[in-house]
Every structure is written in structure tokens, then in C-alpha cells.
Write a protein that binds this ligand. Structure first.
Ligand code: NAP
Length: 258
């Protein structure tokens, strides 16, 4: 299993908000495999916390980046080029929708709410890939985005975020096709529900956890570390033949008919 070893590989990890973030578990898994994670945070409010977490695994490369701001994405790419000269992996672990759009009916989604969810949660993968591609192409690379079953099934209250995740998953396939000739793979990890800052905003989230524990083939919910290790696998050379794929890490819940 030497090809899970990621010594000398530089991986950009977006979406660390705190120690509960899926992105943080991914950064820890990458660090354990020998990779060098570099980090972005969205708002100044998160800067100190993300710097402290990064420092705890020996990284001091932490940059601001609101993914809807193309100049900030470009600055991140420049900073990675200056410090490392290349990139081997990119983790997209970012989503946002207005709170009022994650309760009630999808039918009531406003045009601005729809655009916000799409811009932050789906189009951002395109922007990040466009700026990261020249760096990822230097030695071949792997991109992984976090997604959820609400993209292909109706999950009450997930609403506009389900539509954004459907768009994200379609983007994964088109980007896999565009970037394949540059030896860049693009995949998704569809995680089962996990308590984080973002997921708490979804109405009925605790009921969702109970429902899955009762019905999933493994009769439990997933751990953040399980999502992280699957992501590390897709980022590593062990997954060298896999692109355009959505890998479910959800205790098997997605196979159930009822
Ligand atoms: P999280 O810790 O809250 O992470 C979400 C991250 O997105 C935060 O760091 C947030 O930063 C960032 N973000 C939002 N808008 C941004 C913007 N404009 N620019 C840059 N960053 C932005 O929650 P999480 O559950 O780990 O979510 C990570 C990913 O996993 C998301 O794509 C989510 O949909 C996916 N996922 C989660 C679950 C689950 O149940 N938790 C299940 C399946 C998939 P701020 O805090 O500053 O807004």
C-alpha cells in the first residue's frame, strides 16, 4: 500500500471552519499519509482558529479565500506557486445556502437564494479548478469535492442545496473530462450526515441521523474520519484509475429503497 503514502504531495484544503469540519478531518488524514496540506479560510473571523489547527499539524501556509471572489482564488494559486511550485491535490469542502432556504418548501426558493447556493456550493469548484489546473498539471493531480445524497434523492429541507449538489456532481463529471488529458482526476465523496457548523442549519437534522441509524445497511451513521480516509484514498495514487466518480461514504444508506 505504498501508494497511499503521500510524502512530498501538496494538497490545498478549503473549508476548514473548526475542528468539527469535514475538511479538518481530511487535512489530518493527509498529514498522517505524509502530505503537506495548505489551507484557506473564508472570513477573518476564522483566521486565528484555522491558523492554530494548521499549526498543530505543522502547516503555516494559511490563506484567505472567499471562493466567490475570483481575485482571492487567483491569489491563492499565486501563493502556492511561489511557495511550492506545484500542487498535487485540491479538496473542495464548501457549501452555503441561506438559512430560510433550508426549511419549508423548495418551491419558495428566491432567485437570490438559488444563485447564492449555486455560486458558493457548485460554481466555486469550477473557479478553483481553473486556477489550480496549471499547478495540478505539473505532476498530475487529484480533485475531490464533498457532496450529499440530496443531489439525487429528495431529502426534506435540503431543498436548494440538493439542486446545488446536483450541479456540483455534474461539474465533477465535466471537469473530469476537461482535465483528464492534463492527468488531473476529479471525483466526489458523498458523505452521510455528520454534525458540523453547516449541517446544524438544516431543519430536522437530528431526525435524519436517527432515520439513518435505523435503516442504513451498517445500522449507524458515519464518522468524519471515514469520510476523510475515503477522500485521502481518492487523492492518492491508489485511485489513479478513478475519475468522474461519486463515492458514497454513508454506511450504505444510498442503496436503500425504503
Ligand atoms: P463546515 O465545517 O461548516 O464547512 C463548510 C465550510 O464552507 C466552512 O469552512 C465555510 O466557511 C465554508 N464556506 C462557506 N461559504 C464560503 C465561501 N464563500 N468561500 C469560502 N468558504 C466558504 O461544514 P461541513 O459539514 O464540514 O461541510 C463541508 C462540505 O461537506 C460541504 O460541501 C457540505 O455540503 C459537505 N457535506 C456535509 C455533510 C454533513 O452532514 N456535514 C454531508 C455531506 C456533505 P464559513 O464558516 O466562514 O462560512
Amino acid at each position: 500500500m505504498d501508494n497511499l503514502r503521500m510524502e512530498g504531495k501538496v494538497v490545498l484544503v478549503t473549508g476548514v471552519a473548526n475542528q468539527r469540519s469535514i475538511a479538518w478531518a481530511i487535512a489530518q488524514a493527509l498529514h498522517a499519509a505524509g502530505a503537506t496540506p495548505v489551507f484557506t479560510y473564508q472570513s477573518e473571523r476564522l483566521q486565528k482558529g484555522v491558523e492554530e489547527l494548521a499549526g498543530s499539524i505543522g502547516s503555516d501556509h494559511v490563506m484567505p479565500c472567499d471562493v466567490t471572489n475570483e481575485e482571492e482564488v487567483a491569489a491563492v494559486a499565486r501563493s502556492i506557486e511561489e511557495r511550492h511550485g506545484r500542487l498535487h491535490g485540491l479538496v473542495h469542502s464548501i457549501a452555503f445556502a441561506n438559512r430560510e432556504d433550508l426549511a419549508g418548501e423548495y418551491l419558495d426558493t428566491s432567485p437570490e437564494g438559488y444563485r447564492t447556493a449555486q455560486d458558493v456550493s457548485a460554481y466555486s469548484l469550477v473557479t478553483l479548478c481553473r486556477y489550480a489546473a496549471p499547478l495540478l498539471a505539473a505532476e498530475g493531480g487529484s480533485v475531490v469535492a464533498l457532496t450529499y445524497l440530496g443531489s439525487v434523492r429528495v431529502v426534506p429541507h435540503y431543498n436548494v442545496m440538493g439542486i446545488a449538489k446536483a450541479s456540483l456532481e455534474a461539474s465533477i463529471r465535466y471537469l473530469a473530462y476537461d482535465l483528464g488529458p492534463k492527468k488531473i482526476r476529479v471525483n466526489g465523496v458523498s458523505a452521510g450526515p455528520i454534525k458540523t457548523l453547516s449541517s446544524r442549519v438544516i431543519a430536522g437534522f437530528n431526525d435524519m441521523l436517527e432515520h439513518i441509524e435505523a435503516r442504513a445497511p451498517l445500522r449507524r451513521n458515519v464518522e468524519t474520519s471515514e469520510v476523510a480516509s475515503a477522500t485521502a484514498f481518492l487523492l492518492s495514487d491508489l485511485a489513479s484509475g478513478i475519475t468522474g466518480e461519486i463515492l458514497y461514504v454513508d454506511a450504505g444508506y444510498h442503496v436503500m429503497g425504503m
